[in-house]
Every structure is written in structure tokens, then in C-alpha cells.
Design a protein around this ligand. Structure first.
Ligand SMILES: Nc1ncnc2c1ncn2[C@@H]1O[C@H](COP(=O)(O)OP(=O)(O)OP(=O)(O)O)[C@@H](O)[C@H]1O
Length: 274
């Protein structure tokens, strides 16, 4: 469904974040990326939706081919839902309006200046229903709990009718029980709809519980690629070295900032369209 072909990424500051990574993600697979902070998980996710351009190698999709061409990238992004640790929702808008932002990529820029069609509202309502938030449809997002907000993030991704969902530490800011519920709901919906999901996590236990497949990364390299059932201590040592099996508290403030920049730049345009 999507394939990374000998991908390397070197950032302008010289950091080599990915080194010759080759792997593929099949239709309907739920893949968890595991690795210490700095292993390259976010960079790999960003290559999968073209936010980071590989220095070397290609990202190939079954539907659109090599995403290095602008047309293929645009088509691929339209069908790729993103879920972030910090949700990236617009707090003062309702659940419905936030979820509807998932439809914007399906319209030309002039069309989005008008209210979105009824069909889009129905797709959004169905997505909200699937994550169990129908009774909160008109509630402001900043009045919801963290777990509910992340379910809005899932609904927004579903509203794109995606082939692929990329989730960068989607449950890192949630308590363990809520984290498990959010992942369970995401996994079940993806399995039912045949959506491929690539999810980075810091918790080995959650990876074991929810993943079909686990891809382990260390220093920009894929060091393990296994079914969840076959993940063993040797592989965990390869992924984490002698470090902890559950990674320490997050070191993603820099990403949160850069992701926030992306979304805050888009916010005024989004609000105008809704
Ligand atoms: N925009 C950037 N510019 C320069 N270096 C970067 C950039 N983004 C990431 N890096 C570096 O690339 C390497 C891989 O980072 P990446 O964010 O992909 O790792 P990660 O596994 O997602 O880490 P975390 O779990 O902390 O989010 C790190 O050394 C990081 O400092």
C-alpha cells in the first residue's frame, strides 16, 4: 500500500535522521513504530506524507506512485489522515467544525470559501459517531477532556476517508486507561475500514497489545520488523539498547512547536472555510 525504498534523511544541520530504511506497510495493517527518543520515528512518519523530503530513496504508494511528484503528493495527502500528540484542534470551535476540517483537502480552494456541502457534514457526523462523541457534536473542543479531544483528532482523520493514518505519539499525553481506549478504537476502526495505520508509541506494552506489526528503530535504522506476538527481549534490546523498556518522559517539545507552527499557520484559513 505504501513503501519506503532505501530512504535516508539528512537535515540541513547535518543530523542523519534516517539511514537507508526500506519497508512496506500493507492495506489494513496496524503498525507501531518503537524507538528511543531521537531514533527517527517522527522523521519516518513525516516522509510518509511528504512533510520531510528524503535526501535519498523514494516513498511509493499503490494508489498514486512515487509521491515526489506534486500531483501524486497532493492526492496522497488528501487520503492521509494525521493524528498528533497535542491534537492540533481549534479549541474555540465545536467538535463538528474541527472534524469538518478533515474535508477541506477534498475541495478546491475557492470552493472552501463557501460553507461545506451537506454530504461533508454527514461524513463528519458519522466519524464523530464512530468515536462515540455524537452527544458532544456542538460542544467546544476546549471543554472536552484530553481523551475526548484525541477522539476528535481520530474523527478528523477519519473524515478525510483516508487510505492511510499516521499518528505521532497519539496517546503520549493521556493516562494509561484512556490511552488504551483511544488506541483500541483507532485500531478497530482501521481494521474495519481497511485503513493502514502507522503509529509511533513509547510504550512497548501498548505496542504488543494493539499492533499487527512492530517496526523498531534505533539511530535512524530499522533494527526490528516483527509481528507483535514475536517481539522478544533480544529485539527490545536492539531497539532500546540497555535503556528502559518504556521510554522516559517525552522529549518532543521541539516537534510540538514545529507541528504547532504548521497548524497555527493554517488556522485562519480553516476558520474562514467553516
Ligand atoms: N527539523 C529538524 N532539524 C534538524 N534535526 C532534526 C529535525 N527533526 C528531527 N531532527 C533530529 O533527527 C533525529 C531523529 O529525530 P526524530 O524526531 O525523527 O526522532 P523520534 O524517534 O521521533 O524522537 P521522539 O520520540 O523524541 O519524538 C534526532 O537526532 C533529531 O534531533
Amino acid at each position: 500500500m505504501v513503501r519506503l525504498d532505501e530512504i535516508s534523511v539528512q537535515y540541513p544541520n547535518g543530523v542523519r535522521a534516517l539511514r537507508n530504511c526500506t519497508t512496506g506497510f500493507g492495506k489494513g495493517e496496524f503498525i507501531v513504530l518503537l524507538g528511543q527518543s531521537g531514533a527517527g520515528k517522527s522523521t519516518l512518519l513525516r516522509c510518509l506524507n511528504g512533510l520531510v523530503r528524503p535526501t535519498k530513496g523514494r516513498v511509493l504508494t499503490a494508489a498514486f506512485g512515487d509521491i515526489s511528484s506534486p500531483q501524486a503528493l497532493q492526492a496522497h495527502r488528501r487520503r492521509t489522515g494525521m493524528i498528533f500528540q497535542n491534537h492540533h484542534l481549534i479549541g474555540r470551535l465545536s467538535v463538528l467544525k474541527n472534524v469538518l476540517t478533515g474535508r477541506l483537502g477534498h475541495h478546491s480552494s475557492w470552493r472552501t470559501l463557501l460553507p461545506l456541502p451537506r454530504a461533508d457534514q454527514q461524513i463528519a457526523l458519522r466519524a464523530i459517531d464512530r468515536v462515540g462523541l455524537l452527544e458532544k457534536t456542538l460542544t467546544r473542543v476546549d471543554e472536552l477532556s484530553g481523551g475526548q479531544q484525541q477522539r476528535v483528532g481520530v474523527a478528523r482523520a477519519l473524515c478525510q476517508q483516508p487510505h492511510l493514518i499516521l499518528a505521532d505519539e497519539p496517546v503520549a499525553s493521556l493516562d494509561p486507561a484512556t490511552a488504551a481506549k483511544v488506541l483500541e478504537s483507532l485500531r478497530d476502526i482501521c481494521a474495519k475500514d481497511g485503513i493502514t495505520a502507522v503509529v509511533s508509541l513509547h510504550q512497548v506494552e501498548l505496542a504488543r497489545r494493539f499492533a499487527d506489526r512492530i517496526v523498531g528503530m534505533s539511530e535512524g535504522t530499522i533494527v526490528a520488523d516483527t509481528t507483535a506476538a514475536q517481539l522478544n527481549e533480544r529485539m527490545i534490546d536492539q531497539i532500546y539498547g540497555t535503556g528502559p523498556k518504556t521510554a522516559p518522559a517525552k522529549a518532543t517539545e521541539r516537534h510540538a512547536d514545529s507541528d504547532a507552527t504548521e497548524s497555527s499557520e493554517q488556522q485562519p484559513a480553516m476558520e474562514a472555510m467553516l
